[in-house]
Design a protein around this ligand. Structure first.
Ligand SMILES: O=C(O)C1=C[C@@H](OP(=O)(O)O)[C@@H](O)[C@H](O)C1
Ligand SMILES: C=C(OP(=O)(O)O)C(=O)O
Length: 436
């Protein structure tokens, strides 16, 4: 088992300098999928390989897309299948890539070939029924091989009918599966929103030539099965990666960091808004739009934060940042309450439980209720034990940020899970860390 030994020096750290965070993982999954389905060539600039995106690229290669990366520019080039998906005599292994699971289920519903999708430990337990029942209503058929989780056999149809789905759960992944299937259905699909979620699928669908109409209450996917055309796009920096440095710089006195070209899609930057609610002044400059997604440069200096109330409406916009926000809350003055956390238990690992258990080993406690978390501020880090990422990259990276705030060294077991989204995280972290 690999152990994290970054913090072996008996010192706290502050952040100084600049980090160029990797390209956004969530947008890249979708860009690969649309590029693989489209007619013609797609060029994706600022694509950052991570374990999750390697799996997604591999799956779409197996389905027939020609995908390669230009060595000189690092651009990903995809020659699309024009929706003629390769039939396979082996199963598609999607490891624990949750976003890919939903996108792929939606896409395979549009093919008359039979496929088997297999997954890793986490996805072999995560319920499939939430999305599968909707895709079945559109005309797909699915056979879970075990319980209600991967592996699953799929057989779709060219005669799918659109459905109207009143969201009972606010999930960008479930919505995305329906959008992909809806593009190839014979009649429109309408999603009536519960709460808004990240909108990369809708935005990219239209960029590639689909016809998805959004209002504050609904998303309507109109049939567009022959229309997808290859495109060129540039992926902005991943806000979820940037959030780690934002928190570290705010919490560690004397810090000042610059984060150029970070994605600023309003459905992703909930953590920035939470930081502002907690009293942070963060400079956002040089804002622009990359192909379809907004981005800008961030400048963050350390500041004393205060507790805040985060409502259920905000939770989808901080869904992957809850562990790092919990750490921020524990160091602020006053108490922070995060409401509407119920669905977060279904992320990669049981994140709420795992962050509570691991932060407790650092002396940081929180009260986790059925649908809320209460975190008292001004908790001094007191290292009691080594910690574990539970193979969850967001937990691993949050624990690394906690490590800069204490002079007591501790180890992070299963630190290699950072490769899921950000393989260069430790070297980037070291580059900007200055011992105090
Ligand atoms: O659509 C996406 O790219 C994602 C949606 C979120 O999951 P849910 O849709 O399950 O909330 C998020 O937690 C995940 O990391 C990525
Ligand atoms: C949970 C995550 O991703 P996915 O659902 O795609 O595995 C994540 O990136 O934090």
């Amino acid at each position: 088992m690999k152990m994290f030994d970054y913090n072996t020096r008996a010192s706290k750290f502050k952040f100084q300098g600049e980090v160029i965070v990797p390209g956004d993982k969530s947008i890249a999954h979708r860009a690969i999928a649309f590029g693989a389905l489209a007619n013609g060539v797609t060029q994706i600039s600022n694509f950052s390989y991570s374990d999750d995106l390697t799996v997604t690229a591999q799956v779409f290669k197996e389905l027939g897309a020609k995908i390669h990366t230009e060595l000189s520019t690092k651009d990903m080039i995809i020659k699309g299948t024009g929706h003629k998906l390769q039939s396979l005599d082996h199963s598609l292994n999607i490891d624990n890539v949750g976003t890919l699971e939903s996108i792929l289920l939606g896409i395979l519903t549009t093919s008359t070939n039979e496929y088997t999708i297999a997954g890793g430990d986490y996805l072999s337990k995560r319920p499939l029924e939430r999305l599968v029942k909707l895709l079945t209503a559109m005309g797909g058929s699915f056979q879970p091989i075990g319980e209600d989780a991967l592996p699953v056999k799929t057989k779709g149809s060219h005669d799918l009918k659109g459905i109207t789905y009143q969201q009972d759960i606010s999930s960008a992944q479930i919505k995305s599966g329906l959008v992909f299937a809806g593009i190839y259905a014979k009649t429109p699909t309408t999603i009536i929103r519960k709460l808004p979620t990240r909108d990369h699928t809708e935005v990219l669908a239209n960029f590639f030539g689909a016809n998805v109409v959004t209002t504050p209450e609904t998303i309507t996917v109109n049939p567009a099965h022959t229309n997808l055309k290859g495109q060129s796009l540039t992926i902005p920096g991943d806000f979820s990666s940037a959030a780690l440095y934002i928190a570290g710089a705010l919490l560690s006195e004397g810090s000042e960091i610059h984060l150029p070209k970070v994605g600023l899609n309003s459905t992703r930057i909930g953590m920035l808004n939470v930081a502002k609610q907690m009293g942070a002044h963060i400079t956002v400059e040089n804002c622009s739009i990359n192909s379809v997604e907004p981005y800008g440069d961030l400048v963050i200096r350390s500041q004393q934060l205060h507790g805040t109330k985060i409502s259920a409406k905000q939770v989808q916009f901080i869904i992957d940042e809850i562990p790092i926000i919990a750490l921020m809350a524990s160091q602020a003055t006053g108490t922070t309450v995060i409401e509407g956390i119920h669905d977060v238990h279904l992320q990669l690992s049981d994140r709420i439980r795992n962050m509570r258990v691991e932060l407790a080993k650092l002396g940081i406690v929180m009260q986790v209720n059925d649908d809320s978390i209460v975190i008292k501020g001004e908790q001094k880090i007191k290292v009691k034990d080594d910690v574990d990422s539970h193979n969850d990259h967001r937990i691993a990276m949050m624990l690394c940020i906690a490590s800069i705030l204490t002079e007591t060294p501790f180890k992070i077991k299963n630190i290699e899970s950072i490769d899921i989204s950000y393989p260069n995280f430790l070297s980037d972290l070291k580059k900007i860390s200055v011992a105090k």
